[in-house]
Design a binder for this molecule. Structure first.
Ligand code: ZN
Length: 217
């Protein structure tokens, strides 16, 4: 919208500054902006307190002259053009930040959607196996073995999966003699059918390793 005004003279300069709601002081003659001419380094006070150990903190920029209330007259056209380029830079920064934000948001959404679809695939694939209380043969891949230390010694949690994606959990005080990644055949009793995050889990007990089909890592 600001770009609609081209600053060609005093009138359009003032119109532009009003358009962007820029607060400034116009000189009595109407041709200048009256702006502070205070030393930028010390703010016009002439001394910098954090440097008070060097020559009493006198500002090297203004040699300690108090310029707090000093003003200068900047031709209004020049002043408005400077404000315009500042405003343009500010808008560019805002646009850049908004674009970066949008990209970030998009990536997050894609990541969440992918995670959700993986979870859904796991939910769809996993089925309860066997009959609770019965001994069955399972052909499973040992995906992860977790060890937990307790008062009575270690407990191992074997997280396994059939080749059709059904999750089988085996918790025991004695680790199966297999590596992670191994595909094995066990004979075990179905302890219970549970669910975790919507994924059906078949919990087994008293598993006896009968075959190691693929050795794993
Ligand atoms: Zn100064």
């Amino acid at each position: 919208m600001e770009k609609a005004i081209r600053i060609t003279g005093i009138e359009s300069a003032i119109a532009y500054l009003q358009l962007i709601a820029h607060v400034f002081v116009l000189s009595k003659c109407g041709k200048f902006a009256v702006v502070s001419n205070a030393c930028k380094r010390c703010g016009g006070v002439g001394r910098i307190s954090t440097f008070s150990y060097v020559e009493d903190g006198i500002c090297f920029e203004c040699d300690g002259v108090n310029t707090e209330n000093s003003t200068k007259m900047v031709p209004i056209v020049q002043y408005a053009r400077a404000q315009k380029s500042k405003e343009a830079a500010r808008l560019r920064r805002l646009e850049k930040a908004a674009a970066a934000n949008a990209r970030h948001e998009q990536r997050e959404q894609a990541r969440a959607a992918k995670l959700e679809s993986l979870k859904q695939a796991a939910r769809d694939a996993s089925k309860h196996l066997g009959t609770v209380g019965k001994r069955e043969v399972f052909e499973i891949k040992v995906k992860k073995v977790l060890e937990f230390d307790g008062y009575y010694g270690s407990t191992w949690l074997h997280i396994c999966e059939t080749n059709s994606g059904s999750v089988v959990i085996y918790k025991t005080g004695s680790r199966l003699d297999v590596r992670e990644g191994a595909t094995i055949r066990v004979k075990a009793t179905v302890s219970e059918h549970t669910e975790r995050d919507g994924v059906a889990q078949t919990v087994i007990k008293r598993a006896k390793l009968t075959h190691t089909l693929i050795g794993g890592k």
